[in-house]
Design a protein around this ligand. Sequence first.
Ligand code: GLA
Length: 390
Amino acid sequence: MEDMIGKAAREFVDIFGENATHYGDAPGRVEVIGNHTDYNDGFILAAAIDRRIAVVGRRVEGALARVYSRTFNSGASFPVAEPLKTKDNPWLNYVMGVVWQLRNKGIGVDAFEAMVLGDVPLGAGLSSSAALEVATASFLRALNGFEMDPIDVALNSQAAENDFVGMNCGILDQFTSAMGRSERLVFLDCRFLDRYSYYPLGNGVKLVIANTKAPHALVDGAYNRLRASCFRAAAICAEKFPDKKISHLRDVNPEELDQCRTAMGDEDYRRARHIVTENARVLASAEALQRGDYRAMGGLMADSHASSRDWLGNSSPELDVMVDLALEIPGCFGARLSGGGFGGATINLVGADRAEAFAEKLGERYREKTRIDPEIHLFTAGPGAEGGKL
Ligand code: GLA
C-alpha cells in the first residue's frame, strides 16, 4: 500500500517536476454475495481487495486541474469549476465526477495537479472505477482540508458515478472501497448505511476472481433494465400491501411476492424473486461466516449463482461454465458470478492451501472448454481507503 503511494509520488515528480503534498488511495472490491441487492435496499457481503489505486498531488494556482494517469500514460486538464464529461479519456470522468459532485455540495475544490497509479486489474469486475472515485475523494479531502467521513466519501463517489459518469450503480462498490478492512468481509444493510459490520475472513481461505474474458456488450442497458424490473415489482407489492409501507424489494418476503405474481409480468416477477431470496442468503452467509463455516457459506454462494442465472437472468454461458468447473475442483467452497453480470467475473471461495492449484486447474479447464484465455487472480481482503499528507 505504502508502495503504491510512494511510486505514485515518484511518478508525480517525473511528470510535474515538483513534490506531491497529499495522497488518497483506495482498493478495488469484490462482491462476495448479494447480487443486485444493493439498490433494492437489501444486504451485501463484500471485500476490499489488496490491490489499490493511489492519487497523489498538490494544490496549484489558477483554475485548472491537471491529472496524469500512469496506468493509461495519458494526461489531461479540466476547469475545476466546470468539469465536462469526456470521451477522450474515460478514466478522467471518474476524477472529474468526484470534483463535480463535491462542488454540487458546496465544497470548494482548489486547482490541483495529480498523478493516478494503481494495480487494480481493469475490466475484471473489481471496480477499478469505484477505487479511482474513492481515492480521488480521499485525496481531495486531504488536500482541501474539508471534513468528510468515509460513508459520505462513498456516497459522494456513488453520486459521481450515477450523475456524472451516468452509470446507475448501487452503493456496494464505493462503500466497500471506502470501508473495507484487512481479513474481513464487510456486511452492509444498504438501507441504513450506518448498519454495517465486519465478518472474519481468516487466513484459511482465499478469494479467487476468475474473469471469463468473454466479450459482452450493452451491459449498462441490461443493468438498468434489471433495476427497472425490481422497482416496478416493488411498486406493485406496495399497492397490494399498503399497510406494509413497501418502498423497495427489501420490504417484501417471498410469500408476499407470490401473491403479486399475476399482477406483474413474468420477467419482473422472476427478477424480483431473485432479490427477495438473495437477501435471505446474504443474512445466512453472515451467520455461516461468524461460525467459520465456509462450507455452508460456499453452498449459499452456489445457490446465489443458480438464482442469478435462473431467476434474475444476468449470467452468461461462460460464467456458468466457470462456476460449474470451479465447483468440481478440490478446495473450492463456493463459486458464483459477481457484480453486474452478463459476462465479467466469478468469485470463488477457496481453501488457502489449495488456492494456487485451484486457480491453475480452473484456468486450464476453462481454456479447454471455451477456447478463451481467462484471467485469474488470488486476493486477500485488504484495508479500505485512506488519505492524508505525504
Ligand atoms: C455492479 C454495481 C453494484 C451492484 C452490482 C450487482 O457492480 O456497480 O452497485 O449493483 O453490480 O450486485
